[in-house]
Design a protein around this ligand. Sequence first.
Ligand code: GDP
Ligand code: MG
Length: 369
Amino acid sequence: TEFISANDLASLMDVNVNEVIKVCLGMGMFVSINQRLDAEAITVIADEFGYDVEFLSAEEEEISIDAGDVEEDLRPRAPIVTIMGHVDHGKTSLLDYIRDANVARGEAGGITQHIGAYEVKTKNGVPITFLDTPGHEAFTAMRARGAKVTDIAIIVVAADDSVMPQTKEAINHAQAAGVPIIIALNKIDKPSANPEKIREELSQINILVEEWGGKYQSQEVSAKSGLGIEELLEKVLLEAELLELKANPERNAIGTVIEASLDKGRGYVTTVLVQTGTLNVGDIILAGPHFGRVKAMTDHRGKKMKTAPPATPVQVLGLTGAPQAGDRIQVMETEREARETATQRLQLAREQSIRTKKHITLDEIGRRL
Ligand code: GDP
Ligand code: MG
């Protein structure tokens, strides 16, 4: 069984992939950047870098989020989308255009703020949630913490450039996570844009777009003029339909921390992506070693919210500290229970930091590939 590539392993350990390759060579293993490694190799290599490896099964993770739900409890939810790609290929521009176009549609209420995620309503009213933390670093960091928050990855490639190293890395990350990919061929407004060349280059790394008889949806877009973006969103919805994304809105919320910070006036401000259940003002929450009661919730336009159903990103006030991106956040029955678990986790974290070995967690998701 093979899990992740040498490159993914390097990212998880925060070292250069060349160092990993060198260490492998030193042990008589010839490993290429994108080569998938088996459990034994991962364990041995990680050990060389001072890491312990724990293998979790993807199913185990999923079971814990949907535990106890029966089919009748489940309702369709919005897809959660991450945009990845090479630097300067237009990730931020695309995210901005999609968010601002939504504001222009008259659904606005206030000034948009960056909270790490936002929800837009497409033309026919169907919602899509975007993680506004572009770059596969964020994606990898969350996956390394065992968080699976992305349903669909949009890989941006600038049509006036080429398939670049980070394009390939982003594709690898999405594939390792088993997340479907849609290709956005950006900067199509530029006279030098040559999308056919990009499709050709993609075919060389086994990404055959539909126009080339393959399975990957792609869309020519301009994050500058907006050309093709509506079509891109429709393709996201098409992909989402195939995934039949569902969650139970009638249970205590479980979600993932997208980002957190300390605000002078408001205290700890945490952006949470609710994944199942509904988060309510007044709920007692636990996130990593922190807990609290939800004092207030706002969306990315600063609009106050009382409830946040599945796939909704919300900014939450009321935690006692700032959890890390990728930490799970969950509603607890009593404040006492929340405080006790938080205290235990704090103690555990202190003990672990005393030990010398660092620890990484890989999920077993790669084995399905
Ligand atoms: P990121 O590094 O992937 O987030 O890329 P950015 O969104 O910061 O874009 C990099 C540069 O390309 C910026 O100067 C953008 O204005 C420009 N850019 C992005 N998308 C387009 C596009 O569709 N057309 C044109 N002409 N320029 C674009
Ligand atoms: Mg950017």
